[in-house]
Design a protein around this ligand. Structure first.
Ligand code: SF4
Length: 263
């Protein structure tokens, strides 16, 4: 995973990266943040001193079968195999209304996975998660804030097909679709999940606790650390809370060893 070489040489590229980063900090009203090194990548195995590394996702048991929504999967199942197994899924009532099934995008071995709720209008049309205005904000968090590339992380949703009118997914839809996410995560093996918004956080963590109380603290999902934070769509409506999301993201960066967070 290397950046494409800039046309202006490495020093100009570095200067541009730093300027972009500082500008992003200023947008957030952050002062005194010690940034990660330019072009920071996700070093393998870095953890916060004193914290045990998160346990891997439990080894899935059973045969791949027909690709049904069982959380069980073949050991070593790849994302490609899972996507093929899902196929033209009709396992819940969201199938008839979708344009595209939105599986997920990014590094198939990412250490960091962002999980949102479900595809919206733009995502449904394009077949890719987080590509609308909220998606642009998530991309800024990754590229300007964390100084990674979007393709260095993995981005997916709990639900793979757009609910009509962007309504909240219903329990039977979650029951049908979430096991695919479990298998996705088993294939990727991330160290950290960032749960974007109330629905993703409450679904993953099986809780009704408000996102305002969940965010900013570490939780566990099948042995993987989970950091809930506000959904980018919420931030579009409440830009003043970007600072809180940045606080959460800094904790993620610290665990992954990709930045130095202030006290
Ligand atoms: S939402 Fe999930 S379970 Fe329902 S049709 Fe789409 S992929 Fe299948």
């Amino acid at each position: 995973m290397t950046r494409s070489p800039g046309s202006q040489g490495p020093l100009a590229e570095l200067a541009h990266a730093v300027a972009t980063y500082v500008e992003y900090q200023q947008e957030l009203g952050v002062a005194g943040f010690a940034p990660a090194a330019a072009g920071a990548r996700l070093p393998a195995g870095a953890v916060v001193p004193g914290e045990a590394p998160a346990a891997p996702l439990p080894a899935p048991a059973g045969a791949p079968g027909d690709g049904g929504p069982s959380a069980s999967a073949a050991v070593g199942e790849s994302l490609e195999a899972l996507r093929a197994a899902i196929g033209d899924c009709r396992r819940c009532k969201l199938a008839p209304g979708r344009t595209n099934l939105v599986f997920g995008v990014g590094d198939p071995h990412a250490r960091l996975v962002f999980v949102g709720e479900a595809p919206g209008h733009d995502e449904d049309l394009k077949g890719e998660p987080f590509v609308g205005r909220a998606g642009q904000l998530l991309t800024e968090i990754v590229t300007k804030g964390m100084r990674l590339r979007r393709e260095d992380v993995y981005i997916a949703n709990v639900i793979k097909c757009r609910p009509p009118g962007n309504r909240n997914p219903e329990p039977d839809e979650v029951e049908s679709c979430e096991p695919f996410l479990v298998r996705q995560l088993a294939a990727i093996g991330p160290e950290v999940i960032v749960a974007l918004g109330k629905f993703a956080a409450q679904t993953l963590l099986r809780t009704k606790t408000p996102i305002t109380q969940l965010r900013g603290r570490w939780h566990d999902y099948h042995g993987i650390r989970v950091m809930p934070t506000f959904h980018p769509a919420y931030l579009l409506r409440n830009p003043g809370d970007k600072r809180l999301v940045w606080d959460d993201i800094k904790k993620v960066m610290q665990v992954l060893g990709i930045g130095t967070a202030p006290a």
